[in-house]
Design a protein around this ligand. Structure first.
Ligand code: MSP
Length: 645
C-alpha cells in the first residue's frame, strides 16, 4: 500500500434506538482499515456519525415523549460511548442536525433547484409510511409494501423531484467501466440489474404537514428534505464541501464507503447520481458487507434476539469482540453470531494459539534467561529461516488481503504463523535445550519465537490494539504502535528486558458447553458467575431461565385451517416488522375469520418445527382447562412486538 491519503466512512446510524452488533461491526471494520492505513503511513481520515432526521427518529421521539432533537441528543451519546469503549479512532463524528451539515445540504438543494435538476410536480401513487418510501403500482404486493409487507397508502401531493432518471445511462456506463466502484462484484451486478428497469426521478421532499422533522427546503418552507438526500451528503459536508475548499480537496473523493447490503441502492444509485449532478467525482469504492445473523435468523427487536455489543464486551473484553467480528465474517457474505461460536474461536485462536505462545516464550525467558530477551543469531539458517519465511508470508498476505478487503483471510494467515511458531517450539524443545545446558541454541530458539510474536502482534495491532499493546509490553517493546516497515526486518527485537511478570493475555473461557459464559472484567477475571440453568429447588426456575423464553405480542394477519386436520390452524402473524408462520392446535376453538386482526401472545424464540409438513415458527399462548381453550391477549391496546413478561 503506497497511497498517500485514505478516506473511509461508515453509514451514519439512525438515532431511533441504541446501537447493536451490526452498527458495531461496520464501525470496527472501518476502524481496522483506518488503523492499517495509518500504520502504512497514509494520511487517513475516518468519518462516522449519526443520521438524525426523518420519520424513524420522529416516531421514536413520539413514543418516548420527547422532541426529535431530544431523542437524537439522548441516543447519540450511546453511539459515542460505544465507540469510545471499542477504541474507535474516528477523526470526525458528524450529526446531521449540526449547522455545518444543514448549511451544505441547503446550498446543494438551492444549486440543483436553480439549475433545474430539482423540479416540482404532482405525485400520485403509493406510499409506505414505516419505510418512508414511494412505490409504483407494479411493485405493490396485494396492497402491501414490497419491503415490509404492511399496507401502503395511496397519496396525491405536490413534491420536489431530483432528475435522477436522466443519469441512468451515464451510471450504467460508469459502473461498467469502473469495476472497483461497487464491491463485491455480485453487489455490482445487483445494482446493474436494478438499473435494467427504468429509473424514476427521486422524490426529495416531504410536506411538513406529513413529516416535519428534517432540513427545510431553501426554496419552499412548506417542505423538508427527504432523509436520504440529507444523510448521504454527510460524506462531503464533514470534509468541508462548500465551506472549506482545501479540506475538501484533501479528502474527497472517499476511498471507501463501507455499507451494509441493506443500503446498496441508496449508495450506488442515489448517491452517484447526486454527485454527478453536483459535478463532483465519485468515491473510489462502495463496499457492501453482509448481515450479522443471530443463529439462522435476522436480528430484530420483535424477536428479542438483538445482540447488544456492550454485553459481549463486558463479558469477554473489547479486543476479543473486535477480533471475532473481523475474523469471522468473510466480507460480502452474511455471518452468524452465536456465543458458542464466539467462545470456540476465542479459545482456539486467542487462548490456545496466541496467548499460549506468549506465555510459553515469556515463561521460558523468565526462567532461563533471567527475564531478559536473549541475543538472537544475526544470520538466519535452518528451522529459524523456515519459520521466519512463514512469518513473512503472513506479512505479505495481510497486506494483500487488506487491499482486497479479505481481512478474515489476512487474520487466518497470522494465526497460521502463530501456530507454526508453537509447532517450532515443540520441535526445537527449548526446555530440553535448557536442561542440557545448550544455552546458545536455546537462546536462538527463544529469540526466533519472540521475533515471530513481535511480527504477529504488529499485524494484529489494528484489530486488537489494547491486547497487542499488552503483548508488545510483555516483550519489553514499549506499548506504542508497531513500525510496520520493521515487520519485514529480522532481528528488530532488542535483546534486553527485564520482561514483566507473565500474565495470561487471553485466559481460556471454560464454559464452552454452557449457554452462558462467566462475565469477565478487562483482565479476564470472572466478574459474576451466571448460574447454570439447572433448577435448584424443586420445580422452581430462575428469572434468567424465564427470560430465555421470548414472549411477544403479535398481530394475526392471516389464518386458515391446515388441510386434512381437524385441530390445526396455519396462522400468519406480524411481530413488529417481522412476518411469521405459526401452526397452532386451535381450529376446534376458533374460526379463521375470527382470528385475523387479534393481538395475541407468542413464544417467539422457539426452534422451527414441521407440524404435518407445515413449518411452525413459534407458539401461540392459550389458557386451557378441560375442553376450554382461550387465546392469551394483553388487557388493552399494545403494538405488536411488545415484550411480555
Ligand atoms: N441512516 C441510514 C444510513 C445512512 S448512510 C448515509 C441507516 N442507518 S442504520 O442505523 O439503519 O444503520 C445501517 C447500517 O448498520 C447498515 O448499513 C449496516 O452497516 C449496519 N447494520 C445494521 N444491521 C446490521 C446487521 N444485522 N449486520 C451487519 N450490519 C448491519 O441505514
Amino acid at each position: 500500500m503506497s497511497e498517500s491519503k485514505f478516506y473511509v466512512t461508515t453509514p451514519i446510524y439512525y438515532v431511533n434506538d441504541k446501537p447493536h452488533i451490526g452498527h458495531a461491526y461496520t464501525t470496527i471494520l472501518a476502524d481496522v482499515l483506518a488503523r492499517y492505513h495509518r500504520l502504512m503511513g497514509a494520511d487517513t481520515f475516518f468519518l462516522t456519525g449519526t443520521d438524525e432526521h426523518g420519520q424513524k427518529v420522529q416516531r421514536a421521539a413520539q413514543a418516548a415523549g420527547m422532541t426529535p432533537q431530544q431523542q437524537a441528543d439522548a441516543t447519540v451519546v450511546r453511539f459515542q460511548e460505544l465507540w469510545r469503549k471499542l477504541e474507535i479512532t474516528h477523526d470526525d463524528f458528524i450529526r446531521t442536525t449540526e449547522d455545518r451539515h444543514k448549511q451544505v445540504v441547503q446550498s446543494i438543494l438551492q444549486d440543483l433547484y436553480d439549475r433545474g435538476e430539482i423540479y416540482r410536480d404532482q405525485y400520485d401513487g403509493w406510499y409506505c409510511t414505516p419505510c418512508e418510501r414511494f412505490f409504483m403500482e407494479k411493485d405493490i404486493e396485494r396492497g402491501n409494501c414490497p419491503e415490509c409487507s404492511r399496507p401502503v397508502e395511496q397519496i396525491t401531493e405536490a413534491n420536489y423531484f431530483f432528475r435522477m432518471s436522466s443519469y441512468q445511462q451515464w451510471l450504467i456506463d460508469y459502473i461498467e467501466t469502473n469495476p472497483e466502484f461497487i464491491q463485491p462484484d455480485f453487489r455490482r451486478n445487483e445494482t446493474l440489474g436494478f438499473l435494467r428497469k427504468p429509473l424514476n426521478d427521486l422524490c426529495i421532499s416531504r410536506p411538513k404537514t406529513r413529516m416535519g422533522w428534517g432540513i427545510e427546503l431553501p426554496f419552499d418552507s412548506a417542505y423538508v428534505c427527504y432523509v436520504w438526500f440529507d444523510a448521504l451528503v454527510n460524506y462531503i459536508s464533514a470534509v468541508g464541501y462548500t465551506a472549506d475548499e482545501s479540506g475538501f480537496q484533501r479528502w474527497w473523493p472517499a476511498d471507501y464507503h463501507l455499507i451494509g447490503k441493506d443500503i446498496l441502492t441508496t449508495h450506488t444509485v442515489y448517491w452517484p447520481t447526486m454527485l454527478k449532478a453536483m459535478g463532483l467525482p465519485q468515491p473510489r469504492t462502495i463496499f457492501a458487507h453482509g448481515w450479522w445473523l443471530v443463529g439462522e435468523t435476522k436480528m430484530s427487536k420483535s424477536l428479542g434476539n438483538v445482540v447488544n455489543p456492550m454485553e459481549i464486551i463486558d463479558r469477554y473484553g473489547v479486543d476479543a469482540f473486535r477480533y471475532f467480528l473481523i475474523a469471522e465474517m468473510t466480507l460480502g457474505q452474511d455471518a452468524t453470531f452465536t456465543e458458542a461460536a464466539f467462545i470456540k474461536r476465542y479459545n482456539a485462536d486467542l487462548a490456545n494459539d496466541l496467548g499460549n505462545l506468549l506465555s510459553r516464550v515469556a515463561k521460558m525467558i523468565n526462567n532461563n534467561c533471567s527475564g531478559v530477551i536473549p541475543p538472537g543469531p544475526s544470520e538466519l539458517a535452518g528451522a529459524e529461516k523456515a519459520l521466519w519465511e512463514e512469518v513473512q508470508t503472513a506479512v505479505d498476505s495481510m497486506t494483500g488481503h487488506v487491499e482486497k478487503m479479505r481481512l478474515d483471510q489476512g487474520i487466518a494467515g497470522v494465526i497460521g504463523a502463530v501456530r507454526s511458531t508453537n509447532r517450532y517450539l515443540e520441535q526445537q524443545k527449548p526446555w530440553v535445550l535448557a536442561r542440557n545446558g545448550e544455552k546458545e541454541r536455546m537462546n536462538t530458539v527463544l529469540y526466533a519465537a519472540a521475533e515471530s510474536l513481535r511480527v504477529c502482534a504488529g499485524l494484529l495491532f489494528p484489530v486488537m490494539p489494547e491486547k497487542m499493546r499488552d503483548l508488545r509490553s510483555a516483550l519489553a517493546l514499549g506499548g506504542e504502535s508497531p513500525d510496520v516497515k520493521k515487520l519485514k526486518i529480522w532481528g528488530v527485537l532488542p535483546s534486553g528486558g527485564p520482561l514483566p511478570e507473565a500474565t495470561a493475555l487471553f485466559p481460556r473461557i471454560q464454559s464452552e458447553n454452557r449457554e452462558e459464559a462467566p462475565l469477565r472484567d478487562k483482565s479476564g477475571a470472572v466478574k459474576r458467575d451466571v448460574k447454570s440453568s439447572a433448577t435448584t429447588d424443586e420445580g422452581l426456575i430462575s428469572i434468567e431461565d424465564f427470560n430465555r423464553v421470548h414472549l411477544r405480542t403479535a398481530c394475526i394477519v392471516a389464518a386458515e385451517p391446515v388441510p386434512d386436520t381437524d385441530k390445526l390452524m396455519r396462522i400468519e402473524v406480524m411481530i413488529g416488522d417481522c412476518r411469521r408462520q405459526i401452526v397452532a392446535g386451535i381450529a376446534r376453538h376458533y374460526k379463521a375469520e375470527a382470528l385475523v386482526g387479534r393481538t395475541v401472545v407468542v413464544a417467539a424464540n422457539l426452534k422451527p418445527v414441521q407440524i404435518r409438513g407445515v413449518e411452525s415458527n413459534g407458539m401461540l399462548l392459550a389458557a386451557v382447562s378441560g375442553d376450554v381453550l382461550r387465546l392469551v391477549a394483553a388487557d388493552g391496546e399494545v403494538p405488536s412486538g411488545a415484550t411480555v413478561r
